[in-house]
Write a protein that binds this ligand. Structure first.
Ligand code: SF4
Ligand code: SF4
Length: 155
């Protein structure tokens, strides 16, 4: 049994990680580990970077093809896709967000890991409202890009 099946919480050991070069370019990380019949991520990608053997297989990202556009982030009904990028000494995490209030660009927010634990502060860089899933890009410490997976707006 895999660790996340006992804890319910994924870790970076559960999926393929990009290289540093790929992180500088920006890539989508698909934190999708259960074989369920689902594939909107495949159809959403404008460059064909996401593939699946069949509808019940796990999706696979070609990190070299991915252009970090973030379209798959909003397409995933499981909120399982994130785009990560290293930009100089900072990191950018683009994540799906379905809570209220919606943050504004420039706002300082708390950044949370997969367990919902606070990992520090981030600055919102971009907010795209497209249906009920809002796509938020937050700037964080570059060492946190594989850990930050949610935000909490300060009220
Ligand atoms: S971020 Fe854009 S290019 Fe990369 S896998 Fe997602 S949809 Fe495709
Ligand atoms: S859309 Fe999301 S849940 Fe569905 S296969 Fe793709 S990554 Fe997994």
């Amino acid at each position: 049994m895999k660790n996340y099946e006992k804890t319910g919480i994924l870790s970076t050991k559960d999926f393929i990680l990009p290289t540093k070069k790929q992180l500088k370019k920006g890539v989508a990380i698909l934190e999708c580990v259960q074989k369920i019949p689902c594939n909107p991520c495949v159809d959403s990608c404008p460059v064909g970077a996401i593939s699946m053997k069949d509808i019940n297989s796990l999706p696979v990202v070609d990190f070299d093809k991915c252009i970090a556009c973030g379209k798959c982030v909003g397409a995933c009904p499981g909120l399982a896709i994130f785009v990560v990028k290293i930009k100089e000494d900072k990191g950018l995490v683009t994540l799906p967000y379905e809570f209220l209030p919606v943050p504004s660009v420039g706002e300082q927010v708390s950044v949370l890991d997969r367990e919902g634990k606070n990992q520090g502060e981030g600055i919102v860089q971009k907010v795209i409202k497209n249906g009920k899933t809002i796509i938020v890009t937050v700037e964080v410490d570059k060492d946190l890009i594989m850990d930050v997976r949610n935000i909490r707006v300060k009220i």
